[in-house]
Ligand binder design. Structure first.
Ligand SMILES: [Zn+2]
Length: 423
């Protein structure tokens, strides 16, 4: 088991310096998923299906699968009219059908959950190619799921898996309640959830998720509910049953999931070795290298820097005199540079152990008007976002009542599933 990661961190009067982290936690980055391609041979063509390998270009991938240099050149020229090949992403599905001498019959690449690129000859055997971006055929259905965190499924991920859904939905659920529950530290055995959501069903692949329309989470006996609603002229957001916003100015933590607090904020912490008192002006979260770190609040990037003490560090400025600091990162997210606008929950980097840290963790610091404050306490004291306006309450109540009905039927069918399996 991992030992405690902690950061014996203190700051000089002028700001952030001298962060010493003693750690014994070693988390391995997950091995990349196998990206094998299946090759089907027929008398005159080869059909290759696979997932795009990491750090490969479209050009390299097509050549590697036997397309002639000439066909590759023409394919990329044609594709450029509708899709920038540099935007090709690892792990996205593709399909190549080619003749044995390397000529193209068809090429498909899945751009995202909703659209794909197709390149084909304008006529059978023709040299000229046609490229199109087409919608992926899929149907939208209303779905619901419910589950419980217990001995058999001790994490929310496992409980969701047992409910027949996947990690993507778990992450979306955690984001909705991120202002209310710290999913890194506060999930308990006996916690229950139910959610109603949109699911896009495709004949050829696992389904993908649309919006969660309603959710409830019972955390340590406390019931929290969220209903998705779009106030007139506003953006869709989540509200409790009374129409109060679930959005907080600060997220409960800048990590999406599963790490734990290893050292809390303290202005007077007894140093375990020196027996002197030193402040720890932030919160340490033990987390595996590479775990995404997100902005605790919307704002602007003040700096994204590297130094030998703090390692890679992002500093953000927010409204109300707040600044937040994220230390020891292994990488910055794309687009994180001085002056960039950042939304709450947007990825800013990845957990690491750069600077004076001997194990992967995130040191998260918060200043208000230039003074260090406890991020966890500030979060609790923050007022929520705007409630549903009174003029929209009638529409909200109708949406809410429909949503709660779907949640209670999700609970009921989860219960009957339990009864069935135990018989
Ligand atoms: Zn620290």
């Amino acid at each position: 088991m991992a030992t405690v990661v902690r950061c014996l961190s203190w700051f000089t009067q002028r700001g952030l310096l001298a962060v010493v982290c003693l750690a014994g936690c070693h988390a391995e980055a997950p091995a990349p998923a196998a990206l094998n391609a299946d090759i089907f041979l027929s008398p005159d063509t080869a059909l290759i299906r696979g997932l795009v390998a990491p750090s490969t270009t479209l050009d390299e991938m097509l050549r590697a699968h036997g397309l002639s240099a000439d066909a590759v050149g023409r394919l990329i020229d044609a594709a450029r009219a509708v899709f920038d090949p540099r935007r090709m992403r690892a792990a996205q599905p593709f399909l190549i059908e080619r003749t044995h001498d390397g000529g193209l019959r068809q090429f498909e690449y899945e751009i995202d959950a909703a659209s794909f690129l197709r390149v084909t000859p304008v006529a059978l055997g023709a040299e000229a190619l046609r490229a199109e971006v087409l919608p992926i055929p899929r149907t939208l259905e209303e779905a619901a799921a419910a589950g419980m965190v217990d001995d058999a499924t001790p994490s929310l991920f496992q409980a969701m898996d047992a409910a027949g859904e996947n990690a993507e939905l778990t992450m979306a659920l955690a984001r909705i309640f991120a202002g209310e529950v710290d999913f890194n530290t506060e999930v308990q055995p006996g916690d229950r959830f139910a959610l109603a959501f949109e699911r896009f069903v495709r004949p050829d692949r696992p389904p993908t998720y649309g919006a969660i329309t309603a959710a409830e989470f019972i955390n340590d006996g406390r019931l929290i509910r969220a209903v998705r609603f779009t106030p007139p002229g506003g953006r869709p957001d989540y509200f409790d049953e009374q129409g109060r916003s679930l959005r907080r100015f600060l997220l409960r933590s800048p990590l999406k999931f599963e790490p734990r607090i290893t050292s809390r904020f303290s202005l007077r912490r007894l140093h375990p070795v020196l027996h002197t008192t030193r402040a720890h002006r932030g919160v340490d979260y033990g987390a595996p290298t590479g775990a995404p770190v997100v902005a605790a609040a919307g704002g602007t990037v003040v700096s994204a820097t590297y130094d030998s003490a703090n390692g890679r560090m992002v500093r953000l400025r927010h409204a109300g005199g707040y600044e937040s600091y994220y230390l020891h990162l292994s990488a910055f997210a794309a687009g994180i540079r001085r002056g960039a606008r950042i939304d709450q929950g947007q990825a800013i980097g990845r957990v690491g152990s750069t600077g004076l840290a001997t194990g992967p963790h995130l040191h998260y610091g918060l200043q208000k008007n230039g003074r260090w404050v406890d991020p966890l306490r500030e979060h609790r004291n923050m007022p929520p976002g705007d409630p549903v306006p009174s003029t929209a309450m009638e529409a909200f109540r109708a949406a809410r009542d429909g949503a709660l009905e779907r949640l209670s039927s999700a609970h009921a069918s989860a219960m009957s599933a339990v009864v069935t399996t135990s018989n």
